[in-house]
Design a protein around this ligand. Structure first.
Ligand code: N01
Length: 510
């Protein structure tokens, strides 16, 4: 991996000035870097704390890791891949795809890897971001946060967890040196990660305890390998792959009607999921335990064909009594039962609405992003800007997430918006751009009204989509093509701007 861009700056520790700094190189940051490269811009740098591109797809290497959105849709529109081996690709294939795209578009030389950004503060005087990192200090005219929502593993706050003496790791930090063969293993959590891990490890472990707090809804996974003729067709028949992608997109988009607009329509999915549950789990007691008690869609709908069969194995137990404490070699549940284990896998999700990165970004009025979100609510504008943070843009900021279709679609919409913002700043000679608070408030008022009637709000569940104020600050509550329309052009009128000249005028007036 090349480091030539910053070697000198790192060596002498002087802050290096880069016009645009992007933090993070998952689908989002990498996609923006490629767009800037395509526009012939050479004035950006990507700071990435990991050793490679890929973000969450680089980090989540647990057994069974795979995407639950079909790959022909879950990929960049500008870099379709006719060679996907199956409809829902596995982690390794997705990671190779992302890396391949980064190589093909020649942006790796504009990355600084193993560079952990530790703080970013706005300096009003210079109108620059001051950035500190494990690889030295930087200043930037514009900062883009592309760190993503699923990057900081959340460990459960359970009494005694730190005293556990066996092997313990989070699903997103899988310890591949830990041999699970013949071991007594426990998995805490039954979310999207756990339902992939459980079937992958159940056949090899001696015994597996699955600690379930909330039973998830499961739908069939229509996954299959692509045949050679299909792959040849994707490659050689003009428009075939685009048509397949469009069909997947349209089919997925229909779910928005039930999820965001008329949750009663989700009953249809519930009937399908219940039929699957009855068919796959014959034991009435187990079936009762894993039957969800909220409206489908309120938490992310999961897809799997092998999770229920794995739970039905004789060496697997589902435990629903709630964990009281973890001891050096066992887990004790609230009913007093103690179960010995050798390995503990925590598949308990991520810090999404409480990302630790929020505490490291300080805006115009001296408050951190975390303080602003605490005091003003976790709000943004078009998921791409936050008032009080001038010259800063977000990829996958507030209310951009999805449960039903490809995040890459949303990310590309934001890339359009932010790339246009950067061009506008340049063309108009702007010194600062900061979204107006009234524009942000009006935008969020509309979002809230839409979210109020959504299944995420009315479905009777507790999910990570909701922040500590009880607001859904992670999801986009409408069709994704509506977000594409909203982000087509940078709407500079929604921003307070200054130019170098207006700044000078203000200084003179003082
Ligand atoms: O995490 P989660 P995840 N004691 O937060 C339980 C994406 N993803 O890593 O439901 C006991 O969904 C928690 O219980 P409850 C996708 O967006 C995508 O699985 O809160 N249990 C839950 O069961 C997904 O939504 C793919 O009651 C505790 C589980 O841990 C997101 O990543 C694949 C607990 C956490 O589930 C996160 O998924 C995988 C505690 N103290 C992931 N704390 C794709 O295929 C938490 N839990 C694209």
């Amino acid at each position: 991996m090349s480091r030539k861009v910053t070697d000198k700056a790192v060596a002498d520790r002087t802050p290096r000035h880069v016009p645009t700094i992007i933090v993070g190189s998952g689908f989002a940051g990498l996609g923006l870097a490629i767009r800037l490269q395509q526009q012939g811009r050479d004035d950006y740098l990507v700071l990435e704390r990991g050793g490679d591109v890929g973000g969450t797809w680089r980090d989540n290497t647990y057994p069974g890791a795979a995407c639950d959105v079909p790959s022909h849709l879950y990929s960049y529109s500008f870099a379709l891949n006719p060679n996907w081996s199956r409809s829902f690709s596995r982690q390794g294939e997705i990671q190779s795809y992302i890396r391949g795209v980064a190589e093909r578009y020649g942006v790796l030389d504009k990355h600084l890897f193993d560079c952990d950004v530790t703080s970013a503060s706005w300096d009003e005087e210079t109108a620059r971001w001051e950035i500190t990192s494990s690889e030295g200090d930087f200043t930037a005219d514009t900062l883009v946060s592309a760190v993503g929502g699923l990057c900081e593993p959340a460990l459960p706050d359970i009494k005694g967890i730190n005293d556990f003496e066996g092997e313990i790791f989070h699903s997103a930090r899988w310890n591949h040196d830990a041999d699970l063969s013949g071991k007594r293993v426990a998995v805490i959590g039954t979310g999207a990660s756990a339902i992939q891990i459980v079937p992958a490890i159940a056949p090899k472990v001696a015994h597996l305890d699955v600690y379930q707090r909330t039973a998830p809804w499961l739908l069939p996974r229509m996954d299959r390998p692509y045949t050679l003729p299909e792959r040849l067709a994707f490659r050689h028949i003009p428009g075939f792959q685009r048509a397949a992608r469009a069909a997947i997109y349209a089919a997925r988009e229909t779910q928005v009607v039930g999820l965001a607009k008329a949750p009663a329509l989700m009953r249809g999915f519930e009937l399908l999921a219940k039929a699957k549950l009855r068919y796959q789990i014959r034991d009435a007691e187990l079936r009762e335990k894993v039957t969800p008690n909220f409206r489908i869609g309120c938490k992310r709908m999961l897809i799997s064909n092998d999770y229920y069969p794995a739970l039905s194995r004789p060496n697997v137990d589902v435990i629903t009594d709630g964990i009281a404490e973890i001891r050096p070699n066992s887990i004790v549940t609230k009913d007093g039962a103690e179960r010995e284990i050798d390995v503990l896998i925590v598949a308990t999700g991520f810090h999404v609405t409480d990302s630790p990165t929020y505490e490291t970004i300080t805006g115009r009025d001296g408050r951190t992003l975390s303080e602003v979100f605490d005091e003003d609510g976790q709000q943004g504008y078009k998921g791409s800007a936050v008032a009080n943070f001038p010259n800063m843009f977000f990829l996958v900021g507030p209310n951009v997430g999805l449960g039903h279709t490809s995040m890459v679609f949303m990310i590309e919409s934001q890339i359009n918006y932010i790339a246009d913002a950067l061009s506008t700043i340049r063309e108009l000679g702007l010194r600062t751009v900061e979204v107006r608070k009234d524009a942000q408030n009006a935008y969020n008022k509309e979002l809230k009204a839409k979210l109020a009637r959504s299944v995420w709000n009315t479905g009777g569940c507790a999910s990570w989509y909701v922040d500590k104020h009880g607001d859904i600050t992670t999801l986009w509550p409408d069709f994704t093509f509506e977000f594409r329309r909203l982000t087509k052009k940078f709407d500079v009128a929604a921003y307070d701007t200054t130019t170098a000249r207006s700044e000078r005028k203000v200084m003179a007036a003082r």
